[in-house]
Design a protein around this ligand. Structure first.
Ligand SMILES: [Zn+2]
Length: 281
């Protein structure tokens, strides 16, 4: 047994410090985006079938809207630079910068070495949810994606319609890649509409029924040319289980919206991170 030191209480009482103060981040111009969105027209629509994934392309300066259309449903989102798959969404750094859950004004960041916003959230009909009494909130960047490997590890299953597999098939199809190549490009997701948190007593990742209803949507502005993939999670509203065919599942819709270019006068895609990459050598 390890005894607590005499000053344990004092050590625990040290107040926390925010790792990355957000006020130092370049601020998105939400008024500009709002004006552009008001002028935007739908140019393409993709319906993602339940327990499957779909892909879509969004030119820089356009919007995409992920909508719940038939019943409560969670979506797992991957984003890549449309011209370079090595630049992709970095869930961990997005979490470090914006917190465990994201909403309007938060940005989805790419990994190293680019570390720039791929997309900015400009509309979230679930923003009212806030943080519930369990510590749960919506649109998390803490879960990774449901996958057949963890299912196999925990239950010995061979289930093929987890979000990881759905995203892998969708990317393989759109880029005509072998599954094994496509799989390597699939990454930790934004869990759209998913309600999650960590239990207070054991710190375990939990999920609960998503508050999303038909008509709800998350709207994002594409900061660079994007290739996106969205999986309609086999967990449905994620109220009970995922990684099986047990849950009621529904389709999701992705709309691509083009604004009047005049509304974005002066806007430019974000530059790549300017760290010189010499790493001390
Ligand atoms: Zn899933």
């Amino acid at each position: 047994m390890t005894e607590a030191p005499d000053d344990a209480k004092a050590r625990r009482a040290v107040p926390p410090v925010i790792c990355y103060p957000v006020h130092r981040l370049p601020k998105p111009d939400l008024a500009l985006y709002g004006k552009a969105l008001a002028s935007a027209r739908v140019t393409d629509t993709v319906t993602v079938p339940p327990r499957d994934a779909g892909t879509f392309r969004v030119p820089a300066g356009h919007f995409f809207r992920i909508a719940c259309i038939e019943g409560a449903q969670v979506g797992d989102l991957n984003l890549w630079n449309a011209h370079d798959l090595s630049e992709r969404f970095y869930s961990g750094k997005t979490r470090a910068l914006h917190g465990t859950h994201v909403s309007t004004g938060d940005r989805l960041w790419s990994g190293f070495p680019t570390l720039r916003p791929l997309a900015t959230i400009v509309g979230d009909s679930l923003v009212w949810y806030g943080i519930d009494d369990f510590g749960g909130s919506v649109h998390d960047v803490i879960g990774t994606r449901c996958d057949p490997y963890t299912g196999n590890l925990l239950a010995g299953t061979q289930y093929h319609h987890c979000c990881h597999s759905n995203l892998t098939r969708a990317l393989a199809d759109v880029l005509d890649l072998p599954l094994s190549d496509a799989e390597g490009h699939v990454h930790d997701v934004l869990n759209v509409f998913m309600c999650t948190g960590f239990t207070r007593d054991t710190g375990q990742y939990f999920m609960k029924a998503s508050p999303v209803r038909p008509g709800d949507a998350l709207t994002l502005f594409a900061e660079i040319d994007l290739l996106g993939a969205l999986s309609a999670c086999p967990g449905g509203d994620c109220s009970a289980e995922h990684s099986s065919d047990a849950a009621a599942c529904h389709p999701l819709r992705v709309e691509i919206l083009a604004p009047d270019p005049a509304t974005l006068a002066g806007w430019q895609p974000p530059a790549k991170n300017s760290y010189d990459r010499s790493h001390g050598r």
